[in-house]
Design a protein around this ligand. Structure first.
Ligand SMILES: C[S@@+](CC[C@H](N)C(=O)[O-])C[C@H]1O[C@@H](n2cnc3c(N)ncnc32)[C@H](O)[C@@H]1O
Length: 245
């Protein structure tokens, strides 16, 4: 365990070894696949161009490429390890011609750096389990940048952990997570033994959670007109909205 904890990873990479991510995240995050499927389902099926923020090992990218058969996906992650891991998986699935991975901090993009590397405007933007690493000020800046980058009627859907509505519910959620891990044949303690150690990197640091209401307010402030929560399980939610036509 001490070896793993000495491995320095970027905030959000989660596991000391990237090879542990796909199985480990499914043990750590209840209903992970269902959550990603909810995001993919909310995207316009005929989309031509979709931006994904914090692609990790490419699991959401794959769902998007399957659900939106004509879409080109531009996927950012500041970890070159993650972009490379995704790239190999996308190639193996035969989607290379519709996927471009970029090693880039989405905080940098939000504040106007490296914008010339992303020239397109998008039908939709999607993200999972990544944006909660930004401060609330930076979340708002990012939501504004996403809004500016969308075509009319475009949408943005994000899955992230949230601050739960009450401490009592947080306790119930912890119990649900433990039961989930046991149902997957492990325990949270066993999964957590595979975690890496991270400090601040670029615009991201350890979890910086906000409530669901705060997220919806940030989306409205950023210019999203109809905001919604299409999926929620205790402290995990998919939320987002549409901009006007
Ligand atoms: C928990 S993983 C989730 C990956 C994938 N979206 C999924 O749901 O499986 C979060 C990812 O966000 C990336 N990330 C975190 N902060 C970032 C930032 N500021 N810019 C770009 N990528 C970031 C991490 O490197 C990591 O790959």
């Amino acid at each position: 365990m001490s070896d793993r904890l000495s491995v320095e990873i970027f905030p959000g990479e989660v596991f000391a070894s990237t090879d542990d991510f796909d199985s480990g995240i499914r043990q750590l995050i209840p209903h992970y696949d269902e959550m990603l499927a909810a995001i993919a389902l909310c995207l316009p099926a005929q989309a031509a161009c979709i931006l994904e923020l914090g692609c990790g090992t490419g699991e959401l990218s794959l769902q998007i490429l399957q659900t939106c058969p004509t879409a080109k996906v531009i996927a950012l992650d500041y970890s070159p390890r993650m972009v490379e891991y995704s790239r190999r998986k996308i190639e193996a699935a035969g989607y290379s011609d519709r996927w471009r991975g970029l090693a880039m901090d989405f905080g940098d993009w939000a504040v106007g750096n490296r914008v010339d590397e992303i020239n397109e405007s998008f039908d939709a933007c999607a993200s999972s389990l990544a944006i909660h690493h930004l401060s609330d000020d930076m979340k708002l800046r990012l939501f504004k940048k996403i809004r500016e980058s969308l075509k009319p009627s475009g949408c943005f859907w994000n899955a992230d952990p949230i601050v739960l509505e009450s401490p009592q519910l947080s306790e119930v959620y912890q119990k649900a997570r433990e039961q989930w891990a046991i149902a997957q044949g492990t325990t949270l303690a066993e999964v957590r033994a595979k975690l890496g150690k991270s400090n601040t990197y670029g615009y991201s640091s350890q979890d910086q959670l906000a409530t669901l209401e705060e997220h919806l307010q940030m989306l409205k402030t950023a210019g999203f007109e109809s905001v919604a929560i299409p999926w929620k399980y205790f402290g995990l939610a998919v939320f987002g909205g549409f901009i006007s036509s």
